[in-house]
Design a binder for this molecule. Structure first.
Ligand code: GDP
Ligand code: GDP
Length: 436
């Protein structure tokens, strides 16, 4: 599990600038998943062999001039809650302000690992004395930087990584790790409660990496399961939840630790934009997914069949065409156990390995049925394919002219592979390499 590092500070100290410089060219280019990549406030970062999730809180600030102090404090609290390490940014040119004190107060109270970065020290030699007054904020780890001019950013990252040593990472328990995700009120906590219901024994509570993330292990039909961040799902704070940022960050943390994701949709509401964004997160992380249509007890079934409904959902979430759709009622428990059984199946698909011989047979037939189109007068020939990885399944195709192999043809091959081998609920990846 990757640690989370949040960039925190009052408005205009340079949080977003720093975030953008740190992600730099690493910014992932992701195809059309609705809304997820635009305005994204978090990114996977790697620095000298350590991976972590970097979160920018700059985008959280309202654009009003009359900025309310309590608001700053609240935003900071939300971000800090989720972070393992906090990079606290102040403006070295402006000096210490009341808002800085406010943020510092929250950070000390939460007892987090903090690195104080005095920003806008564009010229280290000339302006180093500006740094001293910030000692008063009371943080041990201290560095002068310039986000804009990329001064000392490597040293800053070194300090961040140094902190990871202090964070104890949990040992992963046996069993499928399930993330229950969805926007507020879709029924996440109802489902979690149902899954932890009397029929099953709750084996233990597993302490998470932070004090806040408590997972729950339960057993069903001889198998163990871990519900990720049970405490977070059940602990209700409507104010926190109503911040979309908060639910998204919470979801992404859970998804990263999961090996299967339940994307909950409220059947009365249908698929909303926020649902699409949250589903997009699970898609981006390449996790196996089950789309769970909850509150099915509330839907009149006379003329609205599951099949119609499923089609509508799939139209709204085209990038999840491979995910099964299960209709449940977290309230009555209808099909909740089926959901668990389905999880086992989906996970088996996700970790399945196809033998090279059979794979090539299927691809050969597919190419006979629908030959690879020539492009720019040149023939593209796929000679050979093999599955190089599971979880998620990844295939490498060897072709004479890899660059000419069109995306839509890979789609076609993907469909043929799914027809032959299933891989229900699981994304499939391809790479094409040059050979002969
Ligand atoms: P945020 O509100 O904390 O996210 O701050 P921004 O990243 O939007 O930056 C606020 C302002 O400070 C912008 O005008 C930036 O160009 C400027 N700024 C950010 N970093 C530096 C820096 O290292 N040096 C100087 N001189 N200005 C900076
Ligand atoms: P969360 O915010 O996603 O954790 O959602 P909750 O579990 O708190 O549920 C929100 C509301 O929907 C509550 O009033 C629940 O009682 C209700 N609810 C949840 N699941 C169902 C269901 O399957 N059927 C019906 N009728 N109501 C449900």
């Amino acid at each position: 599990m990757k640690p989370v590092v949040a960039i925190v500070g009052r408005p205009n100290v340079g949080k977003s600038t720093l975030f953008n410089k740190l992600i730099g060219e690493r910014a992932a280019i992701v195809k059309d998943v609705p809304g997820v990549t635009r305005d994204r406030l978090y990114r996977d970062i790697e620095w000298s062999g350590h991976e972590f999730l970097l979160v920018d809180t700059g985008g959280l600030e309202p654009n009003t001039k009359d900025y309310i102090m309590s608001k700053v404090r609240y935003q900071a609290e939300v971000a800090i809650e989720e972070a393992d390490v906090v990079v606290f940014i102040v403006d070295g040119q402006a000096g210490v302000t009341a808002l800085d004190e406010e943020v510092a107060y929250v950070l000390r109270k939460k007892n987090k690992h903090v690195i104080l970065a005095v920003n806008k020290i564009d010229n280290l030699e000339k302006h180093s004395e500006l740094v001293y007054e910030f000692y008063g904020l009371g943080f041990e780890n201290f560095i002068a930087i310039s986000g804009e001019h990329k001064q000392n950013l490597g040293d800053l990252l070194d300090l961040v990584i140094e902190k990871f040593k202090d964070i104890e990472l949990i040992e992963e328990e046996e069993g499928l790790r399930i993330a229950v995700i969805g926007r507020p009120n879709v029924g996440k906590s109802s489902l979690v409660n149902k899954l932890m219901g009397e029929e099953r024994t709750i084996v233990s509570n597993i302490a998470g990496t932070t004090r806040d993330a408590i997972d729950t292990k339960f057993e069903y039909d001889g198998n163990s399961y871990v519900l990720i961040d049970t405490a977070g799902i059940r602990r209700k704070s409507k104010v926190e939840e109503s911040l979309e940022y908060y639910s998204v960050l919470r979801a992404i943390k859970s998804i990263k630790r999961a090996n299967i994701c339940f994307v909950l949709i409220d059947s009365k509401e249908g698929v909303t934009d926020q649902d699409k964004r949250i589903a997009g997160l699970a898609f981006e992380e390449k996790k196996p997914i089950i789309i769970v249509i909850n509150k099915w007890d509330l839907v009149k079934k006379d003329n609205y069949t599951m099949k119609d409904y499923e089609k509508e959902v799939k139209d709204q979430l085209p990038f999840l065409s491979y995910a099964p759709v299960i209709f449940i009622s977290a309230l009555t428990g209808q099909r909740v156990l089926k959901l668990i059984e389905k999880s086992e199946q989906i996970f088996a698909e996700y970790t399945k390995k196809i033998t090279t011989g059979v794979l090539n047979q299927v691809l050969k037939e597919a190419m006979m049925l629908n030959p690879v189109p020539t492009r720019k007068g040149r023939v593209v020939k796929i000679n050979y394919a093999t599955q190089i990885r599971t979880a998620p399944p990844k295939f490498v195709l060897f072709a004479n002219n890899p660059d000419l192999l069109h995306f839509s043809y890979l789609r076609y091959l993907e469909n043929k592979i799914r027809e032959a081998f299933g891989f229900e609920g699981s994304p499939i990846e391809f790479t094409v390499r040059r050979k002969g």
